[in-house]
Design a protein around this ligand. Structure first.
Ligand code: SF4
Length: 502
């Protein structure tokens, strides 16, 4: 590979070569050469911001090529990437020529690597030509229920099919276009995740508070017609789209969209910042009714399609006190990331009855924190291994497992079975969001600090990684800001079990 810095030296001056052949990298040998070449050809103008490198994986092709944090990748093999999908497709090639802006200097960087080998550059964002924001105004939108003063990016109401593909975000398709369909189909951007909420056009438009909500599911039909795998979601607002409306939605799914891979049914989250009068948490009886409706319709789908199709979120079982379904009823846990079957999967992992970690654990709002070097939708902790962030305590110290109210109810019976008197739960109430927010993924540093202040020093404290995104809690603090040292543990049963053995 070669890095040329034409703006620094006149043509004809001496060149030098620093060989890194046989260095720490595992890929093809590279030689870094400073040579005078004509200025890198101009990159065709496109209205995109450049992909900025925020980290370089050690010994990766990017590291061997000399890329450093702060470099802006303007083009890959002459193409200006609009998003990390295009970037990664281009960067999969074995031979790359990168146009790089380094502090105002335009560089041309050539890289040789194995085809498909990740370049190893972590980028500042997943989308470089601006996230497509939604034109809906859902009463149940959690963005409207965030407190003021958080990172600006957290307030982005995204409705972008690319983030649906990359991170499993749900899109309502109200801003989807013919060109988007063409790209999805051509590049096989599958699976996608679509917010359904109701199949009745009038109800859906009312829920989204957007008249386009009445018609945008035509794109869902088109995606399914082209063989794109799609997972659906129904956020249930009590009194609005539960009961008969939910029944009607399931009938609509069976009638119009039977190719859907799965549909998760999740309860409305209501924080203390909610200002919408009609939004309220489910009562336990309403939660039980949703579970019953879902399970009735699972039988119908089984009869007609041979699979259950619709699944209720774990929160419904916890809220209604209904026992979780057996593992096989989750049919491979297709919507684990959306809180469906997490409890059952965790149990299988913790008790050693699962062969591997069930799914990736993206964490809330993970998409706002850039694109990982190892590829989007990658597990943040490979192999489910615990990553000690701060560990100054003795290994024989008693252990406190930090979790939210729902997590505690899942873990309690598992720890009882374990019979370890030195292991206890530290249940952290979510005062930051308040309302009915009780999942571990929305725990913030401020609440964890209050809980840890009351706990003894010198103990080990285990923290599920699902409440971190880019190493930070949603309130912007980090584990290092907590009053006790904590160990960040991947949010799966294997990792917790392994952490408890240490
Ligand atoms: S579509 Fe999503 S982001 Fe947009 S208003 Fe509705 S809930 Fe919020």
């Amino acid at each position: 590979m070669a890095i040329s810095t034409p703006a620094q030296k006149p043509l004809g001056a001496a060149s030098s070569t620093r060989s890194t052949r046989g260095g720490s990298g595992g890929g093809p040998a590279v030689a870094v050469t400073d040579v005078r070449l004509p200025r890198a050809p101009p990159v065709p103008w496109v209205d995109v911001s450049a992909a900025r490198v925020v980290a370089v994986a050690p010994a990766s092709p990017a590291a061997r090529a000399g890329l450093v944090p702060g470099d802006e990748i303007l083009a890959v093999n002459g193409e200006v990437p609009r998003d990390v999908i295009a970037y990664q497709l281009a960067a999969d090639e074995a031979e790359l020529e990168l146009h790089v802006n380094r502090g105002g200097l335009e560089l041309r960087v050539s890289v040789e690597k194995s085809p498909g080998e990740p370049l190893g550059a972590e980028l500042h964002a997943a989308v470089f030509d601006a996230v497509r924001t939604c034109d809906n105004h859902c009463e149940f939108c959690f963005i409207y229920q965030l407190p003021a003063g958080l990172r600006r990016s957290l307030y982005t109401k995204d409705d972008d099919y690319r983030l649906s593909f990359l991170y499993g975000n749900f899109t309502t398709l109200t801003r989807f276009t013919e060109a988007d369909l063409e790209r999805v189909v051509t590049e096989r951007l599958s699976p996608l995740h679509v917010s359904i909420h109701a199949t009745d056009p009038g109800v859906r438009a009312e829920l989204l508070r957007n008249r386009r909500g009445a018609t945008s599911l035509r794109w869902l039909r088109a995606l399914l017609d082209h063989g794109i795998e799609v997972h659906g979601q129904v956020v249930v607002c009590p009194g609005l789209n539960d009961a008969e409306v939910l029944e009607d939605t399931f009938a609509g799914v069976l009638d119009e969209y039977p190719e859907l891979a799965s549909v998760c049914v999740v309860p409305l989250g209501v924080s203390r910042f909610n200002r919408e009068q009609r939004m309220r948490p489910h009562t336990p009886a309403e939660a039980a009714a949703v579970v019953a409706t879902v399970e009735d319709w699972q039988e119908v789908f089984l009869d007609v399609l041979g699979r259950r199709m619709v699944f209720a979120a774990d929160e419904y079982y916890l809220l209604s006190g209904t026992p979780f379904p057996p593992a096989e009823a989750y049919e491979g846990f297709p919507m684990h990331e959306d809180g469906v079957g997490m409890a059952r999967a965790f149990e299988l992992e913790f008790t050693g009855r699962a062969g591997r970690v069930t799914a990736t654990r993206p964490g809330f709002f993970s998409w706002v924190d850039g694109a990982p070097a190892s590829g989007y939708r990658a597990s943040r902790l490979e192999g489910g291994q615990a990553t000690p962030v701060v560990l100054r305590t003795g290994r024989t110290a008693p252990v406190g497992i930090l979790t939210g109210a729902y997590g505690a109810r899942v873990l309690e019976p598992l720890l009882d079975e374990l019979g370890r008197r030195d292991v206890r739960l530290v249940t952290v109430p979510n005062r930051f969001f308040g309302g009915n927010i009780a999942v571990a993924g929305l725990l913030v540093g401020a609440d964890l600090s209050v809980a840890l202040e009351r706990e003894p020093e010198g103990h080990r404290y285990l923290l599920p990684d699902v409440c971190l995104s880019g190493g930070r809690f949603l309130d912007g603090t980090t584990p290092a800001d907590l009053p006790r040292p904590v160990e960040v543990v991947a949010t799966d049963g294997f990792a917790l079990r392994a952490a408890l053995k240490r």
